[in-house]
Design a protein around this ligand. Sequence first.
Ligand code: B1M
Length: 211
Amino acid sequence: MSIIKEISENLQIGKAKNVKSLVQQALDEKMDPKTILDEGLLSGMAIIGEKFKNNEVFVPEVLVAARAMNAGLSILEPQLAQIGNEPVGKVVIGTIHGDLHDIGKNLVAMMLKGAGFEVHDLGVDVDASKYIEKAEEINADIICMSALLTTTMTNMQSVIDELQSKGLRDKYIIMVGGAPVNAKFAEQIGADYYTADAATCAETAKAAVSA
Ligand code: B1M
């Protein structure tokens, strides 16, 4: 089996230590860091994302795969920085103000990272000014908001309203999701995209930035 395939397969079964040493071995063998990233780590994560979407794997498997991806990335990142690898886009993500649920948001962040985005995770209970400040600071492409409570999902509207009042609404792609959120609600508050799960969010984000 090729080392790239081994990286992808070990990532999919969450073998973080193996992924780390295989990435190091591939670098020692003078493989291109971008190939290791695209065909090893990211392609492994894309397979997990697809299986997650189809209910073939579940949250725990995704979390261990993501941990393995991060282990591989920790070895690869200095090399990628040297060759000036550009992320596909920049994302600011957080759970909306008043809401402390972060498991789904973390999965979305991991899938976005797995799809090649530079992800700035603001954590939970994020208000409008925090999203906007960070998005402006890093020159983000996308603002992602997650909500798990019917009482907090409405706070997403405040972020969009504040962007609008600052004349910044059209600068960002706004994506929303979380269990109580749906496409109708997203449309009502003026978001650009609603997606139901982490894998679809990453796919949609990629399509949206390249559009
Ligand atoms: Co809470 N909780 N909780 N909770 N909790 C729910 C959400 C609830 C449905 C339980 C219930 O009553 N059956 C209910 C909400 C009812 C409602 O509003 N309709 C509820 C409640 C009421 C509460 C409290 C108010 C309880 C209380 O204190 N009285 C309280 C609120 C605290 C607060 O936030 N201010 C509370 C607290 C908690 C814990 C802290 C104990 C814990 C959170 C721990 C944590 O996140 N670190 C917790 C948990 C674990 C849950 C349940 C059991 C599981 C949520 C979860 O992580 N699911 C939940 C019941 C349930 O769902 N069965 C419940 C797994 C996760 C992978 O799914 O987050 O939906 P999810 O993410 C999915 C998609 O939604 C999507 O992708 C993910 C997977 O692919 N997605 C996005 C998510 N964000 C996205 C963003 C996108 C796109 C897709 O684009 C940007």
